[in-house]
Write a protein that binds this ligand. Structure first.
Ligand code: NAI
Length: 392
């Protein structure tokens, strides 16, 4: 159980690039990083593409004015001159900027937390992974909801054979907020998402399904995709060649089959993030709208709803417990869990503690690499006309 007590000797001095006043995701980073006062301290920032707006925002967050910078380059070079300079940075900017900022941060000797999808190509990720290794730094990726501990319960139950051999993997991450082109014209965050120069080779595949794909890997680390078929389309035509809807069929190496539906045109859907794993004896199901519950259905027995915080759950799940049963947890708690693990990983890396790093389960650069590979394979299949392709 977590109660905010320190897990590392002192909080890491932390900054953000992006995540400014108007950003969708910035506050999620801050609620995650700052939940445990003992993990990170926000001491600097280049929060906004508009320097004045970024400075005004940083002042309102309580960051010292002389540590609010007009851009990330100035922040990295000025902070490097300080005895108490930043040690870690989070990158919460549009996709097309991640690669350059991530490289610059590592070159500046910083640990990095970066938004998904990490970069545009897996070659870029491999290059940055090598750079991180050379510099002895951590790169974490914010698959936010993956910090929900009920996913670790699923992982434990699958590993313990509670559902038997996995046969079917049924994944979905959909919403309806882009079912017409209104937001494409009015929302800054939506405009870049449908521009391949900034978003990369995909819209919903990268924006949504990378989360669910990582979560599936988290709960089934032994399951590798052998081949997949992706059919993607843009129901709002102006978004082409990027997709606002896609269906993927998967064949796993062990003979299991899977599907993923990812979409931003699932009109009316407010409840569209779901993982169902069907085994030879039983099934497990989790929805993000009920993150405190896990459905366990054993063939021939009454359906069980496992509840977060209860002592019958696996230790690996309850280690990340914060509020105790009876009190609901949600997305903010999941972010706090992954941020705490980022801090533990960075501290372990600083101390050369490879044992801690080996046993820590969190979205690291390999998780970022897998997300980019997932997009590449889906796009390759779709652009060949929705054909089966080997997962490369
Ligand atoms: P947004 O467009 O709402 O906000 C982007 C922010 O970055 C703004 O504050 C903007 O001023 C700032 N910015 C842009 N370029 C900058 C630069 N060069 N230097 C400093 N600041 C800069 O975008 P949103 O929706 O917040 O997405 C940002 C990233 O987060 C994307 O990669 C997106 O895929 C990801 N994301 C992840 C989520 C998650 O659950 N992990 C949820 C939403 C977005």
């Amino acid at each position: 159980m977590l109660n905010g007590e320190k897990k590392i000797s002192r909080p890491l001095r932390w900054a953000m690039v992006g995540g400014g006043r108007s950003s969708q995701v910035g506050y999620k980073h801050r609620t995650g990083a700052l939940r445990d006062n003992t993990a990170f301290q926000l001491v600097a920032g280049a929060f906004d593409i508009d320097a004045d707006r970024g400075k005004d925002f940083g002042v309102n967050l309580g960051v010292a004015e002389d540590r609010l910078y007009p851009d990330y380059q100035t922040m990295f070079s000025e902070e490097a001159k300080r005895e108490d300079g930043i040690e870690a940075v989070s990158i919460a900017t549009p996709n097309g900027t991640h690669y350059e900022i991530c490289k610059a941060a590592l070159e500046a000797g910083l640990h990095v937390i970066c938004e998904k999808p990490l970069f545009f190509t897996s070659d870029e990720v491999r290059e940055v992974k090598a750079l991180a290794e050379e510099k002895g730094k951590i790169v974490g990726v914010t698959y936010g909801f993956s910090g929900n501990q009920m996913l670790l319960q699923m992982r434990a139950m699958i590993e313990q054979g509670k559902i038997g051999e996995i046969r079917v993997v049924d994944l979905q991450y959909t919403h309806g907020f882009s079912c017409n082109d209104e937001a494409d014209k009015t929302s800054e965050a939506q405009k870049w998402r449908v521009d391949p120069k900034v978003a990369g080779p995909s819209f919903v595949l990268g924006d949504l399904s990378t989360h669910t794909y990582y979560m599936s890997q988290l709960i089934m680390p032994h399951m590798k995709i052998k081949e997949l078929l992706c059919d993607r389309q843009s129901f709002v035509g102006s978004r082409a060649p990027l997709e606002d809807n896609a269906h993927i069929l998967m064949h796993y190496e062990n003979g299991a089959v899977g599907t993923m539906w990812t979409s931003s045109i699932n009109a009316g859907c407010m409840d569209g993030h779901r993982i169902r794993i069907v085994g030879s004896k039983a099934s497990l199901e989790w929805w993000d709208s009920k993150p405190n519950e896990l459905t366990y259905e054993v063939q021939g027995e009454p359906v069980q709803t496992l509840i977060r915080g209860m002592s019958y759950l696996d230790d690996s799940c309850n280690t990340d417990e914060r509020l105790a049963a009876l009190h609901q947890e949600g997305l903010s708690d999941a972010w706090a869990n992954i941020y705490l693990k980022f801090a533990i990983a960075m501290d372990a890396k600083n101390r050369g503690d490879e044992e801690t790093l080996k046993n820590l389960v969190y979205p690291d650069i390999d998780a970022g690499l897998e997300g980019v590979r997932w997009i590449e394979n889906c796009v390759r299949s779709a652009d060949k006309g929705a054909v089966w392709v080997n997962f490369e």
